[in-house]
Ligand binder design. Structure first.
Ligand code: XMP
Length: 191
């Protein structure tokens, strides 16, 4: 999580937790780890949108295996910095997962309610295997026991934005991951 100098601190950030260059390096290594784990097998990737979009797009370009891509949309955080209630499926799978090697990708593993929910959903399709990959892991916040197979970075219990992660749909386009200033974490005009 070094090289903070390569991105000028965004005016809304209190701090940068993971720099653009650190993300780039780690995503490259993750791609190699995943390719090694699957050998030459075809992988059916399921990405949880919108948060995992940027991570998935960069990661898949580092994996030489044949890949099929599907996406699911799951509700969770809304415009709040704390999760509320159960995840709900807003957009389901389109590809057949039966007998396939499925790699489920999300931006961040927090309480683990979302990944547990989607893993259970995928299991109903009887895949040959299912592994999970997350860019960020806030291990201290688990409400459900869960370990991802591939993890980019362990991070502390801070609400983070950037590189796909949003607050009220803002900041997804930032190339690094940071913590918002506390004064910006509940602006009523964004709801
Ligand atoms: P759970 O708690 O189900 O959370 O593991 C996974 C989903 O919650 C969102 N999430 C965050 N989004 N900054 C965000 O922008 C965060 O710090 C954060 N923590 C959790 C995210 O959508 C993830 O898919």
């Amino acid at each position: 999580m070094s090289d903070l100098k390569d991105f000028p601190l965004h005016a809304d950030f209190e701090t940068v937790l993971v720099s653009e260059s650190a993300i780039r390096r780690r995503v490259k290594n993750l791609g190699a780890e995943i390719a090694a784990a699957y050998g030459g097998e075809e992988i059916t990737v399921v990405a949880i949108i919108n948060g995992a979009i940027l991570f998935t797009a960069d990661l898949l370009r580092e994996i030489p295996n044949p890949i099929r891509l599907d996406c699911v949309r799951v509700s969770s955080y809304r415009n709040e910095t704390r999760t509320r209630g159960k995840p709900r499926l807003l957009h389901s799978l389109a590809l057949d997962l039966g007998g396939r090697h499925v790699l489920l990708i999300d931006d961040i593993l927090d309480t683990a309610k979302t990944l547990t929910f989607v893993v259970d959903l995928i299991k109903k399709h009887r895949p040959a295997s299912i592994r999970t990959c997350v860019l960020l892991d806030k291990r201290g916040r688990r409400e459900v026991e869960f370990e991802a197979d591939f993890v980019g970075f362990q991070i502390p219990d801070k609400f983070v934005v950037g590189y796909g992660l949003d607050f009220a749909e803002r900041y997804r386009n930032l190339p690094c991951i940071g913590v918002l200033k506390p004064s910006l974490q509940n602006p009523p005009e964004w709801a």
